[in-house]
Design a protein around this ligand. Structure first.
Ligand code: AMP
Ligand code: GLY
Length: 432
């Protein structure tokens, strides 16, 4: 099979790596240049990155350039196009690939809207009684401000559209809340994404990510995970795309897991089917484990990054088996299996991320660190691997216990260096 993966971050590196694995070889995860997948014989990635270039042919097409991607996929006659990031999904890349007669993995735009519009997903949850924070949606700034004056603080203000995970402000005071609304609605801090805002109750509790494969009718959860969004230790600094992740994401009893499946996971897939927006692909449930039970913080329409990098190496099935089942509607026949234990990924970022940072520093130590390393903001320049983005790479490790997995990942991190590298030292050790 000739496969094209769309995207160029750590998540896409993990997807490419996993697509090249045979089933049930994850105990050899370290041999990450294995090329023995019975299904994927030719692998391409657009745009890819310096690490992906070692295992796939990278093609310089922007992930958001839907017409160019479709043209290229048609010309190359791919057997499958795997659309991994949120933007092309929201732009309808899967729909457009199918219209061009190609087979594509990922939700159609009308289902990817669960991520692309917070207002849509909040309404869906309200209509189908899926537990989430109480909220109101506003398109008028004065009304939003009057509403704030009637609410208790802290309160959460969200830009409606995609904002790289940064369009959420938790305001501690009324003053802060008003400022947030004005910055989104009048000052356009998040561009068009902020012309509609969602104002919601502030929930309290540990957070957890639950990813699931869905084929429109059947939904199968993966192992749970937890990412760390803030830039610095002890949950300080700005929100980032994610500075690290662990699996499992929480110590849940089988009863608690079943309750999440019965009240959130299955009802969401059923609700989308009932709305004639069948969800096929990977759905991401961002959950908060409140004292009243798990509630949805957000949906995403794709693998999380870096959760994906912590999860896929523990998956024993051939990823292509799941991809086919999601597209063909045969997920009910799949037996999804996981390597037991725990895993941890630690992100190494460019100093200054998520704000201003420099690029172009040489990266050393990856080959000899003895760990799986998924690259994100890297590029090859004059034969050398250099930094080219905010989140540069992440180091993966697993172990029988969480401590083992975490300690092992940090051993790997210490062997890799580039100028001004920044990483959190408490991944897996705090709750956020
Ligand atoms: P989101 O982009 O919706 O996932 O929000 C980003 C982060 O903001 C979440 O991971 C939570 O830490 C926090 N957050 C979002 N909504 C709420 C809420 N209603 N209550 C408390 N924290 C929230
Ligand atoms: N790690 C959070 C996300 O992918 O949205």
């Amino acid at each position: 099979m000739k496969v094209l993966v769309v995207g160029g971050g750590g998540r896409e590196h993990a997807i490419c790596w996993k697509l090249k694995q045979s089933p049930r070889v994850t105990e050899h995860a370290i041999c990450w240049k294995l090329k023995q997948s019975p299904r994927v014989t030719e692998l391409y990635c657009a745009p890819g990155n310096g690490g992906i270039a070692e295992i796939a042919t990278c093609v310089p097409i922007k992930a958001t350039d839907v017409p160019a991607m479709v043209e290229y996929a048609k010309k190359e006659q791919f057997d499958l196009v795997f659309v991994a990031p949120d933007d092309p999904l929201a732009l309808g890349m899967v729909d457009k690939m199918e219209e061009a007669g190609l087979r594509a993995f990922g939700p159609h735009a009308n289902a990817a809207i669960v991520e692309a519009s917070k207002a849509f997903s909040k309404e869906l949850m309200k209509k189908y009684n899926i537990p989430t924070a109480k909220y109101q949606t506003f398109t008028n700034q004065d009304e939003a401000i009057s509403y704030l004056e009637t609410q208790e603080m802290p309160i959460v203000i969200k830009a409606d559209g995609l904002a790289l995970g940064k369009g959420v402000i938790i305001a501690q005071t009324l003053e802060e809340a008003k400022k947030a609304v004005i910055s989104m609605m009048s000052e356009g801090v998040f561009g068009k994404s902020g012309s509609t805002v969602v104002i919601e109750e502030c929930m309290v509790g540990p957070e957890m990510t639950l990813l699931a494969f869905a084929d429109g009718k059947t939904v199968i959860p993966m192992i749970t995970s937890r990412d760390h969004k803030r830039a610095y230790d002890h949950d300080e600094g700005l929100n980032t795309g994610g500075m690290g992740a662990v699996t499992p994401g929480a110590d849940l009893t089988p009863e608690e897991e079943k309750k999440i499946y019965d009240t959130i996971v299955e009802p969401t897939i059923k609700a989308l089917a009932a709305e004639e927006r069948p969800f096929k692909g990977v759905i991401y449930f961002g959950l908060m484990l409140t004292k009243d039970g798990a509630k949805v913080v957000e949906y995403n329409a794709r693998f999380g990054d870096p959760e994906c990098q912590a999860i896929l190496p523990r998956m024993e099935n051939d990823l292509m088996e799941l991809v086919d089942a999601c597209i063909d509607g045969t997920l009910d026949q799949v037996d999804l299996k996981w390597k037991p234990g725990c895993s941890c990924v630690v992100v190494m970022a460019s100093g200054g991320y998520p704000e201003k940072y420099d690029k172009g520093y040489e990266i050393t130590g990856i080959e000899d660190c003895g760990h799986l390393v998924f690259q994100a903001g890297t590029a090859l320049k004059d034969g050398k691997l250099v930094t080219s983005g905010g989140r540069v790479l992440c180091v993966y490790a697993d172990g029988e216990t969480m401590d083992e997995a975490i300690d092992s990942a940090y051993e790997g991190v210490k062997k890799i260096s580039f100028e001004k590298a920044h990483y959190r030292t408490d991944i897996g050790r705090t709750l956020s």
